[in-house]
Design a protein around this ligand. Structure first.
Ligand code: FES
Length: 73
């Protein structure tokens, strides 16, 4: 699904950038993909995508519950 219409960025592109470049915050997603850099309406949705991907990575990589929500802000 499209998350950022201003920059035509999908949730899949955000997740891919997180995996490939170690991105873990909205600021980094903004710098890398432009998400939220124009009208900003996509910021909340992008935060949710980032949080979900961080939870998935945590569960996959460490197997313990250490949801890094603070890293999303
Ligand atoms: S929808 Fe993402 S900056 Fe406008």
């Amino acid at each position: 699904m499209f998350v950022c219409l201003c920059h035509n960025v999908t949730d899949g592109q955000i997740r891919q950038a997180m995996r490939e470049h170690g991105i873990s915050s909205l600021r980094e997603v903004r710098v890398h993909l432009g998400v939220g850099a124009q009208c900003g309406r996509c910021a909340q949705c992008a935060r949710q995508v980032i949080a979900t991907e961080l939870e998935r990575q945590c569960a996959t990589e460490c197997g313990r519950c250490c949801v890094p929500i603070a890293a999303v802000a």
